[in-house]
Design a protein around this ligand. Structure first.
Ligand SMILES: [Fe+2]
Length: 367
């Protein structure tokens, strides 16, 4: 069976008052998010010049000495802000192999201060390097733009399935969205020969991920063309009877387009109608290349209960995605599993109240 190509969605079509243009966007979103877990996005508003300015300033930051970068590493915030050192994060299914990347994480959008008191690691003030004003400015500007791309796509998804246009957008207001800049590290000859991966196969745990595209650097750290066809983002299609493991297909957007990817939380809300697709970041076959990249993670508000909603709520989908769980618990558990939050963070959930109540009762008895 040959698969249809990954479709391109125009954000102008989603925003259009012309029903035929909205219908065209709906068709592309249903096919792309339902079959591939991914669409290409046109008419997003990010210029090539602004994207270049963003990567230029991030590239300068990556060249700072390790000792300086360490001062921006915030294990206490589960690395949700500031610098994530290489070999820290690992994919859930990666067998303990950490990804070969360093990252910068910050929140481009204002967040819910009341939620921040409950989940201080997920909603923390941003960490900015001193004296890097342009990085701060362009990072925030690009992050906000990508977030609006995400919200427009969520309007498009809601419209495509007969929900009120603001249904999904309403679930992400003030949420712990994070924009991440990444540098995939150059591999040694041995690592390249062993086909070590830049990012192990995984699905994103958030609602929707926006990927504006990146930049390859040669061994002298000069921007260069894609070194070979083996490198970049690949996604695994849904399993079929003939092909139970799915097929790995390249996820390369047409020129000038971005990639948008369904995360686990959107799959759950839609009862599996939209699919969080496994994807992998492969390195070039030749050693020495690195890559700058970025991703904006649109999250649900931490108070949202993760379960199929509206037309997606059927006996079968509820059974498939039970038990329902708070988005904050889902976030916490995943951050522990991928190595960013400490395992003890799980002790903050539920059952610790037994101890607290038992000691309170004991104190009462002793009074
Ligand atoms: Fe991912």
């Amino acid at each position: 069976m040959t698969l249809p190509a990954v479709p391109t969605v125009s954000l102008d079509d989603i925003r259009s008052s012309d029903p035929s243009r909205r219908a065209r966007a709906a068709e592309a979103l249903k096919l792309g998010f339902g079959t591939f877990g991914l669409v290409y996005v046109a008419d997003h508003g990010l210029t090539a010049a602004e994207q270049d300015r963003f990567y230029d300033s991030f590239h300068r930051l990556t060249k700072k000495p390790e000792s300086e970068k360490q001062t921006w590493a915030r294990a206490d915030l589960w690395y949700q802000r500031g610098w994530t050192p290489p070999n820290t994060e690992k994919a859930v299914a990666a067998g303990g192999q950490p990804d070969f990347k360093e990252c910068w994480f910050n929140a481009p959008m204002d967040y819910d201060e009341a939620a921040a008191r409950l989940h201080p690691e997920l909603y923390a003030p941003n960490v900015w390097p001193e004296g890097e004003d342009e990085f701060r400015e362009v990072y925030t500007k690009v992050g906000k733009l990508l977030h609006m791309v995400g919200e427009t796509l969520l309007v498009g998804v809601a419209q495509s399935y007969g929900l009120d246009a603001q249904t999904l957008v309403g679930l992400v207001q003030g949420a712990p969205h994070v924009f991440r800049a990444l540098r995939y590290l150059p591999l040694s000859t041995e690592q390249a020969d062993a086909r070590i991966l830049w990012g192990e196969e995984h699905t994103d745990f958030n609602l929707l991920t926006i990927l504006p595209g990146g930049r390859f650097l040669d061994a002298d750290e000069k921007p260069c063309a894609k070194p070979d066809e083996a490198s970049g983002l690949f996604l695994r299609t849904r399993a079929t009877a003939e092909n139970p493991n799915g097929t790995l297909v390249p996820g390369v957007a047409p020129p000038g387009c971005m990639v948008a990817q369904v995360g686990q939380q959107l799959e759950i809300l839609t009862g599996g109608t939209l699919v969080a697709t496994p994807h992998v970041i492969t390195a070039p076959k030749t050693s020495g290349y690195s890559r700058l990249s970025s991703a904006h993670f649109v999250h649900l508000h931490t108070d949202v209960v993760l379960a199929p909603i509206g037309p997606f709520r059927t006996a079968a989908s509820v059974a498939a995605y039970r038990p329902p769980v708070l988005a904050s618990t889902y976030d916490l558990k995943t951050l522990v599993d991928i190595g960013l939050a400490p395992r003890e963070a799980l002790d903050a959930l539920g059952y610790r109240h037994y101890d607290r109540l038992a000691s309170a009762h004991e104190n009462e008895r002793n009074d």
